[in-house]
Design a protein around this ligand. Structure first.
Ligand code: SF4
Length: 222
């Protein structure tokens, strides 16, 4: 229990004390423990999942990681090779870039946010997820979002943006404008792996991230 209270107070300090107040700590602790239990139930329900063909080729399920009270979620499309090896999201070269955006750009710790993907298992050769795989897996992400209830979701790349916003518009037309997912603000932007091959687009992503920071009242770098 003390560990949970410490985490709440740390989050309160991190987010400027705007969301949690000491008189509410007991109910916040109950809420947090309930959220942790719910998320763990979803994670455990996937441990033997074979609902799509990717269940037969994965090494590890990549469920997602981060703060249960995250104000912002980052959502990509699917695990790659390093993620499949480790069971953690965004830990390869694209993940390093995402971590830099969160820590050097936004001034947060990676552990302050929540990071997940549309698919929980790696598609072979890093091909795009196909519609059948998305249909089978998307319910898990929807449950994660419903439990964490972030204020903002930054959706990374075409697949994640088109899936969550239920559109076939290109990412170049979706990025940079806040949109809505069940009452939660969504900011689509380019996927970090795209930025590795197109570094000139980093400027666009930074503009999108600054809008998210303004929405969250995070200080912009001078
Ligand atoms: S990608 Fe999703 S639906 Fe397919 S096997 Fe993995 S967890 Fe199950």
């Amino acid at each position: 229990m003390n560990e949970v209270i410490t985490q709440i107070l740390r989050e309160e300090e991190r987010w400027g004390g705007r969301f949690l107040l000491l008189p509410h700590v007991e109910s916040d602790v109950r809420d947090m423990e309930s959220k942790e239990r719910s998320l763990e139930e979803v994670r455990l329900s996937l441990s033997t999942c074979r609902r799509c063909v990717l269940g037969g080729s994965r090494k590890n399920i990549v469920f997602g990681e981060g703060s249960i009270n995250a104000q912002v979620m980052f959502i990509g499309e699917a695990p790659g090779a390093v993620e499949d090896d480790t069971g953690r999201p965004f830990v390869g070269p694209a993940g390093k870039l995402l971590t830099d955006i969160i820590e050097k750009g936004m001034g947060l710790k990676r552990s302050d946010v929540y990071i997940a993907n549309i698919l929980k298992c790696r598609p072979p050769e890093n091909r795009d997820p196909n519609p059948a795989e998305i249909t089978e897996c998307i319910g898990n992400l929807r449950e994660q979002i419903g439990i964490i209830q972030p204020r903002v979701m930054v959706v990374l790349g075409k697949i994640a943006a088109q899936t969550l916003l239920d559109t076939d518009a290109p990412i170049s037309g979706l990025r940079g404008r806040f949109q809505d997912y069940q009452g939660i603000c969504v900011m689509p932007t380019y996927h970090p792996s795209y930025l590795l091959h197109n570094p000139a687009k980093k400027r666009d992503v930074w503009e999108d991230i600054k809008k998210v920071m303004q929405y969250l009242d995070l200080p912009l770098p001078k």
